[in-house]
Write a new protein. Structure first.
Length: 145
């Protein structure tokens, strides 16, 4: 009985081995090539579909409303560049100078913006921002914004 099982396994192994060899020869005969990515440069690259593989565009920076722009150095170029890299910017809550500010709206807007920034940047983002504001104050000599 053991001899029959051993011969059956040998026959099965030989059959699988021959199928594998035939599959490899068939793949080599048809000229099977690796899949091209849209970033490889060749005459066969489909440039029309390359846009779907590109990184999505950056989103607009979030707005944090502030009534005291001097604390955050809103006009300072060093601080504005840093806040844009973090993904937000300080703005005024109203467009016209004589417009009546809605403090409830600006407060609720700032709360949700702080939550989104904390989710994106981590818990220490405000401390890092304050340290950068101090560095920008010292380097530029601009204490008013």
């Amino acid at each position: 009985m053991f001899l029959r099982l051993e011969r059956a396994w040998q026959n099965c192994y030989a059959a699988v081995r021959t199928l594998l060899v035939v599959a490899i020869i068939a793949a080599l005969a048809t000229g099977c090539k690796a899949k091209e990515t849209p970033y490889t440069y060749s005459s066969k690259t489909d440039y029309y579909n390359a846009s779907k593989f590109e990184r999505p565009t950056r989103y607009e920076p979030l707005a944090l409303y502030t009534y005291t722009p001097n604390d955050y150095l809103v006009g300072n170029q060093c601080v504005t560049e840093y806040t844009k890299t973090l993904g937000f910017e300080y703005t005024y809550p109203f467009d016209a100078p004589n417009a009546k500010p809605n403090k409830l709206y600006s407060f609720s807007h700032n709360v949700w913006t702080h939550i989104r920034l904390t989710k994106r940047l981590g818990f220490g983002w405000k401390k890092r921002l304050k340290q950068r504001i101090k560095q920008c104050r010292a380097s530029s000599g601009d204490f008013r914004g």
